[in-house]
Design a protein around this ligand. Structure first.
Ligand SMILES: Nc1ncnc2c1ncn2[C@@H]1O[C@H](COP(=O)(O)OP(=O)(O)OP(=O)(O)O)[C@@H](O)[C@H]1O
Length: 786
């Protein structure tokens, strides 16, 4: 073992508590293993305060004081003042930095000042909305002037009686984009009291609105502004976001109006030690084509959890799946049985769905110290109020830098030192991050990507808007929907009348728009025994994700698909938790429809293109958690076509020849470069690798050249590929570095193997990929420095 990196301390004298915990983990590491790739110390930060605004009613200030808030932190005061002056504002600061107060203050101030004023609160999950409602109700019931606020939840679980009561009496409705879309907007006349005096719209955790879901929400918020306007109101939007790059620009895109940003975090935190951890390669296990595999991140997290619990550190481990969370907790308990049997009962897995009671019990058990260690799925990520932890283990990069900090930010009781460990999964992006920690630690968090102009989102949303209130010509332009409107009119769905655009009789668009499920025809996933509907998947993705035999994860629970009926839009499943996961094998073809933007770099061309991707699923692989492939099963599924957007590059064959990539190596080199690029795209666009796909070929019929495409997996595109096009140099440089840094000889899941490869990871040429990516970068950077 090479020994830990040099000791850093928070104050220059004694090691911080986080560093002591890390040293303890290193001491428990089996000899011969060197998992620690980097350690960073984030120094403590002192609190910076603002003043209570002049306009804040005394009883409200008093209520905050009674809850331990003597003075607002600077960012809270700044955001509240901006909102109260009528400006839309987004507050984008760290986990547990008191973003709630930043919106509670102006909203409750306005509701106290005007007894008829109303407000809306939106959250991406019901659980978060319930927590926030509870906090607001505590404040209003402690303040006489706010007793008429009657804050109330309005979501799928609200009973008809409460709904009726809420419509009449509540001045602050806590809801979500789904209910806005399906109920408050289409039935706006029944909510006239809310719309008429709507002063504020709070959009909590707004970074969660990304990709196609984000595009839907962006258009729903435009519909909100439009309906409010019709009732004479012009609400101010207050948005809360995890730290992201350009939060003001993202928030402005989301609400469709200029939005100020507040990013200087005035809340205090103790010194934090952040460690990057890479589990070792396993000696006796190999994966596809005999490639080496690493110890699973969940298993490693279990060991770290046990070690931290032995030290008395309150620890939360985030694991990607429920199965993984259970394995991690079980692993920790097994280790504790040997070394500290009295601690076994103080480690648990968090396995429930999203029930508020379960979360509260867990919060209480952890904060009271009854539990010392919990392994949880990401279900706990959003909004849970556990801030008193000593250590957080993040098993597998959670997909975005924002999520990583949201999870890691849970560590640190006010003022005390804490430890955050990122355990890499066997995957190129994780491998890259633990070897290039500056990409995670020093870079601003990625910007949230939404594309409200996607015609597949805009069309149905425009119909919804028109059915709520006829559209004026100005509004059509405001939505940027001239072209889409013409299409809808051609299809007879919308008609021009003297007073604007009206939907055709009989058109009821709302129910057909799946704001979370994506676009177009949906397949319902139903548990056959109970009839319980688990969710939906887009028809286009169904053959690859819910084919017979597919293992389907739903909120951490595992099911196996028995039947898929595409015409009827239904997939039948049963609860079963086999030890393997499945991944479809498919044949993919891509065809360029138009070139939207192109950069010529001599032997290399890069373009943003509209494409049509056709898929046919031909079978699937069953794979053990270790990465080992059990077998391949043949399927015969119909072909499906996806119109979408892609980023592509072509390379002159002469250049390939010059860098030593002979003709027979080209397919493997491009294929490997494509796989790795897909995994690294989340570094420049807030997407998951499952949101995107790729195709590579040594001779594409549309370009006549060796070509690599990376495309958005949603009809019409989601903005991810486009971001890749605009950041191509940074993206491909990270891709090349990730592949080059991997210690395997000829490719493995940490660099060029993909768990969802339609071609069974064949052919793949790792060295070829490094050479190709290098040549492409030289060409791009030679003619246009990044
Ligand atoms: N000015 C303040 N002074 C002292 N404590 C505060 C102040 N503002 C908020 N708090 C406390 O900080 C904690 C975190 O607040 P809150 O949950 O609003 O943070 P958040 O930024 O919304 O968290 P998340 O990142 O989970 O969304 C709460 O317990 C709250 O009472």
């Amino acid at each position: 073992m090479t020994g830990p990196p040099p000791l850093h301390t928070g104050d220059g004298t004694a090691p911080t508590y986080g560093r002591l915990l890390l040293d303890h983990l290193l001491a428990g590491t089996p000899s011969g293993e060197t998992p620690l790739t980097h350690v960073a110390e984030i120094p403590a930060r002192e609190a910076r305060y603002g003043d209570w605004p002049q306009w804040a009613p005394d009883p409200l200030v008093q209520a905050f004081r009674e809850r331990g808030v003597d003075r607002p932190w600077s960012h809270q005061a700044e955001a509240a003042e901006l909102a109260a002056s009528g400006q839309h504002v987004v507050v984008s600061t760290g986990t547990a930095s008191g973003k709630s107060l930043a919106y509670q203050l102006p909203v409750l101030g306005a509701l106290a000042e005007d007894p008829h004023a109303t407000a809306l609160y939106l959250s991406p999950t019901k659980a978060l909305g319930a927590d926030q409602l509870k906090a607001v109700t505590e404040l209003t019931s402690a303040t006489d002037t706010l007793s008429t606020v009657c804050a109330c939840a309005y979501d799928g679980d609200t009973s008809p009686e409460i709904r009726q009561w809420a419509r009449r009496h509540s001045r602050w409705i806590f809801t979500n984009p789904d209910m806005l879309h399906l109920s408050l907007l289409p039935a706006h006349a029944r909510w006239a009291h809310l719309w008429r005096r709507l002063r504020y719209v709070v959009v909590d955790e707004c970074h969660a609105y990304r990709g196609v879901f984000g595009s839907h929400v962006a258009l729903i918020l435009r519909r909100v502004r439009r309906v409010a306007r019709r009732y004479g109101a012009d609400p101010v939007f207050v948005l809360a976001s995890a730290t992201t790059a350009e939060p003001g620009a993202a928030a402005s895109r989301l609400i469709g109006a200029p939005c100020r940003e507040v990013t200087e975090d005035g809340s205090p935190h103790g010194p934090r030690t952040v460690a990057m951890w890479e589990p070792p390669l396993l000696k006796d296990v190999t994966g596809e084509h005999g490639a080496p595999v690493r110890r699973a991140a969940g298993t490693e997290a279990g060991r770290l959890l046990a070690d931290l619990v032995v030290e008395g550190a309150r620890t939360l481990a985030f694991v990607r799946s429920r199965h993984g969370a259970e394995l991690a907790a079980m692993g920790a308990r097994r280790l504790l049985t040997e070394v500290a049997p009295d601690l076994v009962e103080r480690v648990a897995a968090y396995r429930a769905g999203y029930l508020a009671e379960d979360r509260r019990e867990l919060e209480a058990a952890l904060s009271e110290g009854r539990l010392l260690g919990v392994a949880s799925t990401n279900a706990l990520e959003l909004g849970v109020d556990i801030a008193g932890l000593d250590a957080v283990v993040v098993a597998g990069f959670p997909g975005t830098v924002a999520s990583f900090w949201q999870q890691g930010g849970r560590a640190g009781r006010r003022g005390q030192g804490s430890l955050v460990v990122l355990v890499a999964r066997d995957d190129p992006l994780d491998t890259y991050l633990v070897h290039h920690p500056q990409a995670l630690l020093d870079r601003p968090v990625e910007a949230t990507v939404t594309d409200p102009g996607n015609p597949y989102v805009l069309g149905p949303q425009l119909l919804c808007a028109a059915s709520e209130l006829p559209l004026s010509e100005d509004e059509v332009d405001e939505f940027g929907a001239r072209e889409v409107l013409t299409d809808l009119a051609d299809q007879g769905l919308i008609r021009r009348r003297p007073h604007g655009w009206f939907v055709a009789p009989g058109v009821e668009p709302h129910g057909d728009v799946e704001i979370r499920g994506g676009i177009g025809h949906q397949v319902a996933i139903v548990e056959a025994d109970t009839g319980r509907m688990l969710g939906t998947v887009e028809a286009g993705r169904a053959p690859a994700t819910v084919h017979p035999g597919a293992v389907h994860l739903h909120q951490g629970e595992t099911f196996v698909v028995d039947e898929l009926h595409l015409e009827d839009g239904i997939a039948l499943v049963h609860a079963e938790d086999p030890e393997w996961s499945t991944s479809a094998r498919e044949i993919t073809d891509i065809c360029c429809i138009s070139v939207d933007e192109m950069h010529d770099h001599g032997a290399v061309t890069v373009a943003s293109v509209s494409v049509e991707v056709s898929h046919r699923v031909v079978g699937y692989l069953r794979r053990l958690p270790s990465g080992e492939v059990l077998d391949q099963i043949i399927l015969d599924m119909p072909e499906h076509t996806l119109p979408t957007r892609a980023v592509m590059y072509t390379i002159d064959p002469e250049l390939l020849d010059r860098i030593g990539i002979t003709a027979e190596r080209v397919p493997g080199a491009l294929h490997a470069a494509e796989h790795a690029a897909i995994c690294l795209l989340p570094l420049v666009a807030t997407c998951d690798r499952w949101d995107i796909g790729g195709v590579s070929t040594d001779l594409h019929p549309d370009t006549g050249l060796p070509t690599v495409f990376v495309y958005d997996g949603q009809p019409g595109g989601a903005g991810f590929a486009e971001r890749g096009f605009h950041r191509i140099a940074r993206w491909l440089r990270a891709t090349r570095d990730a592949v080059a840094a991997c210690e395997c000889a000829a490719g493995c899941p940490s660099c060029v193997y993909s768990p969802k490869c339609g071609n069974g990871n064949d052919p793949l040429d790792k060295a070829g990929a490094i050479a190709v990516l290098g040549a492409v970068l030289d060409a791009i950077e030679g003619s246009e420095p990044a």
